[in-house]
Ligand binder design. Structure first.
Ligand code: PMP
Length: 428
């Protein structure tokens, strides 16, 4: 495959955009080589500037759960745009999507829309701090909750890819209010509660971690966090930016039957437009301005184009009774296929999967937390990535990311992918 135009476009971009990209992981630093410049996308496929067709397993890092350019979403955006693109005034559309979201997700009465997952998580912890009158939060090593200061403490995703887990620019004062725990380690969390009695406002967690590869919670872990939060008057925040509307209509809360106090959303809820949201029961949401003391706002929040896209996306997911079963079946099929191909080689590997989130780590031992995720063989991953790219298969350019399966992928696409994995893995 040729990447002539992508290389040229990247060189031009590097002159005017730091690293040539508007979000670090896109620059391919972890795997080397030239980032692919996309021209357009439809369904399961990306078409790049050099005319290559790629089967897409990133899907904008999660939002495109129905595939690219899903027609009802595209049409809704076009029709809305003709009527004006931003007002800074309420629209009926905002209530419509809020009602639908609240009906799909358990344990929430009210939802507020923002413009990104970062904003959703940032606002969720401010609300938790305001509500509890406490300052400290617990986050887990390797979990990523966006790039606001409190979360850039051993964050996953691009932050680990670049080996700068604690970013310069985050003050010591901020960092000391973020307590770090190991994912899937309940004793660790218990110890933090004992050492910080009456001080912890919230635990924030990806209920299925997706930013150190995919790491599901071990049995009893989320239940244990719920119990600890109840015992200590601490709020449990589920960051469902990845898992929301992906693992089930009601996200991880529904899948695992665990009640969160605040839920953060992003990705799927915006149908591919810049949307985030956070939600909770009335008692907590009524703490927000203008009815409560915790301030939070946004010029473009509830933007009509974004709301129109999100509404069509949620309507489709809500009305399709089989969608999550289909996504699970497709991803299970892919998992089985990858295992068969890797088993034909001497490679050691671990595959983790929950529903339509899946990742491959090149290490034999179970991957249950950041430390075990970091043991993966990155050199093998790099070759795996580039081998697949040459075969027209686009997976995330870092071993610390999850693959997102979409409903647009056919079994033929999956077979093509599995066959390519077979050929590539024999060369590693
Ligand atoms: N939380 C999680 C779990 C995420 O995966 C991400 C982004 N990958 C974010 C928060 C931040 O969302 P955004 O990039 O939209 O700010």
């Amino acid at each position: 495959m040729l990447y002539e135009r992508s290389s040229r476009l990247f060189a031009e971009a590097e002159k005017v955009i730091p690293g040539g990209v508007n979000s670090p992981v896109r620059a391919f630093r972890a795997v080397g080589g030239t980032p692919i410049f996309v021209k357009e996308a439809k369904g399961a496929y990306l078409y790049d500037e050099d005319g290559n067709r790629l089967i897409d397993y990133i899907n904008s890092w999660g939002p495109m759960i129905l595939g690219h350019a899903y027609e009802p979403v595209v049409n809704a955006v076009i029709e809305r745009a003709k009527k004006g693109t931003s007002f800074g005034m309420p629209t009926a559309l905002e209530t419509e999507i809020a009602e639908l979201a609240v009906s799909m997700v358990p344990n929430i009465d009210k939802i507020r829309f923002v413009n990104s997952g970062t904003e959703a998580c940032m606002s969720a912890i401010r609300l938790a701090r305001g509500f509890t009158g406490r300052d400290k939060i617990i986050k887990f090593a390797g979990c990523y909750h966006g790039h606001s200061d409190s979360f850039l403490i051993q964050a996953g995703s691009g932050a680990v890819t670049f080996g700068t887990p604690n970013s310069p620019g985050v003050t010591k004062g901020t960092a000391q209010d973020t307590l770090l725990a190991q994912y899937n380690d309940l004793q660790n969390v218990t110890d933090l509660f004992n050492a910080n009695k009456g001080e912890i406002a919230a635990i924030i967690i990806e209920p299925v971690a997706g930013n150190m590869g995919c790491i599901p919670p071990v049995d009893g872990f989320l239940e244990g966090l719920r119990q600890l939060c109840d015992a200590h008057g601490t709020l449990l925040i589920f960051d469902e930016v990845m898992t929301g509307f992906r693992l089930a209509k009601g996200g991880a809360q529904e899948l695992f039957n665990i009640k969160a106090d605040i839920v953060a959303f992003g990705k799927v809820i915006g149908g591919g437009l810049p949307v985030g949201a956070f939600a909770a029961r009335n008692e907590i949401m009524n703490y927000l301005a203008p009815i409560g003391p915790v301030y939070q706002a946004g010029t473009l929040s509830g933007n009509p184009l974004a709301m129109a896209a999100g509404l069509e996306m949620l309507k489709t997911l809500n009305s399709d009774a089989d969608i999550y079963t289909r996504l699970d079946a497709k991803t299970a099929y892919l998992e089985t296929g990858i295992r068969q191909k890797l088993d034909e080689t001497d490679l050691v590997y671990t595959i983790n999967r929950t529903g339509s989130m899946i990742s491959v780590h090149f290490d034999a031992s179970p991957v249950t937390d950041f430390k075990s995720a970091a043991k993966g063989d990155n050199e093998t991953f790099k070759k795996f990535f580039h081998g697949l790219l040459a075969e027209g298969i686009y997976i995330a350019p870092s071993a610390y990311e999850t693959w997102f399966i979409t409903d647009a992928l056919t079994y033929d696409d999956l077979d093509e992918t599995i066959a390519a994995i077979g050929r590539v893995s024999k060369t590693l």
